[in-house]
Design a protein around this ligand. Structure first.
Ligand code: HEM
Length: 349
């Protein structure tokens, strides 16, 4: 497939996505079991912690768009009948990001790095996945995510978070305290190019025989990251842009198969490291672009956009994410736009 046909494939994705609001999720107003959180309470929390940034994602606001393809080796077909796992190539559009709702935040190694991928298939079906470079997710419920978000809020008088807020959060959420200890044991790599991106949440793969298998997936980096140049606000993004100008970057899709007893509903709990894995193929990213109308700026990487052969688990984060992403998408697409901080053309060679 040449670059033009890849881009044509991506055009088809974005045409579909332009009218896509995650409509099912948007209809679901309440988040979590106790009817205390709504999509609006989440958006207001992001705005109160990170400020008002019209036109940007309310989380993972800083990002850059990538394009490429996924070559499946067919091994995943054993577990799933999804088109993505049949031998062959699908076109992919994606977005690297840093977590947080400030689109102009200074890059720091500790900020969680995100990779959103949207796969398009000739029959019009889609697969979207938004992943992080963390070993586990810090929360196992929407309430936990919400409480942790607010515990990080800067108090204007001191310029720092309330020193009592995080200890109080951790006391109320021992699952997050344990997950944050696991995260501390896995320091981040140098850059985006050598980061492995994990689904963290469990999904079920369904094969031709109807067998359902719990999996978590990872896109495992196949290269070292270029050394960053010191100075500047965008050192992580700039290094990625420079590296991609020198050639494509690759990640291997590894499916990890859960065993009885492994949690399928709690993303704070790691699975043992000896679980069976299936190497399903290679993602190759060839293009990098500034966020713009018509590219991944306008995609909602809703984790519930799944093709036949990939099913959601009962992890409560999935419905919460789908609802809040749709609300964020709906808000940002109706707001005036400012230029993004990461401008690919402005990065010096
Ligand atoms: C209750 C839990 C969560 C909430 C409320 C939440 C909220 C959000 C929101 C509002 C966005 C922006 C959506 C948009 O405007 O398109 C976002 C983006 C993102 N989230 Fe989450 N998130 C949650 C959990 C997670 C988890 C578990 C992961 C990964 C395992 C994740 C990874 C990402 C990534 C990679 C992006 C950026 C996608 C892009 O580039 O558009 N989030 N999140």
């Amino acid at each position: 497939m040449n670059r033009r046909s890849v881009l044509l494939g991506i055009g088809a994705v974005t045409a579909f996505l332009a009218v896509d609001l995650g409509a099912v999720a948007y209809a679901n107003k309440w988040i979590g079991p106790n009817n205390t959180l709504t999509r609006e309470t989440f958006l207001n929390a992001f705005r109160s912690v990170f400020g008002l940034h019209p036109g940007f994602r309310k989380n993972h606001a800083k990002g850059v768009v990538v394009t490429g393809h996924f070559d499946s080796n067919g091994n995943g077909s054993e577990l799933s009948r999804a088109a993505v796992f049949r031998p062959g190539r699908s076109s992919v559009t994606g977005r690297f990001s840093l977590n947080g709702g400030d689109p102009n935040v200074v890059d720091t190694p500790a900020a969680a790095r995100g990779l959103g991928l949207a796969f398009a298939f000739p029959d019009g079906t889609q697969w979207r996945s938004a992943m992080l470079n963390l070993p586990v997710f810090p929360d196992n419920s929407a309430q936990g995510f919400y409480d942790r978000l607010l515990a990080q809020k800067i108090v204007s008088e001191t310029g720092k978070p309330d020193p009592a807020a995080m200890p109080a959060f951790l006391a109320a959420h021992p699952e997050s305290a344990a997950a944050m200890a696991v995260i501390k044991q896995h320091p981040p790599t140098r850059g985006f190019a050598d980061s492995t991106f994990n689904s963290l949440i469990t999904f079920f793969l369904v094969n031709d025989a109807g067998v359902r298998t719990p999996v978590r997936w990872s896109f495992v980096a196949q290269q070292q990251a270029l050394e960053q140049r010191s100075g500047g606000r965008n050192i992580l993004f700039d290094a990625l842009i420079r590296q991609m100008r020198n050639g494509p970057l690759q990640w291997r899709l590894i499916l990890t198969v859960g065993a009885p007893g492994d949690s399928t509903t709690d993303a704070t709990l790691p699975w043992p490291s000896d679980r069976r894995t299936v190497d399903a193929g290679v993602l190759t990213l060839t293009g990098i672009e500034t966020e713009d109308p018509g590219n991944a700026r306008d995609i909602n990487f809703d984790p519930l956009v799944l093709p036949d052969g990939i099913q959601p688990s009962d992890d409560p984060l999935l419905n919460a994410r789908s609802t809040v992403y749709a609300a964020s998408y709906r808000a940002r697409t109706g707001e005036p736009k400012s230029p993004p901080a990461v401008q690919v053309d402005k990065v010096t060679p």
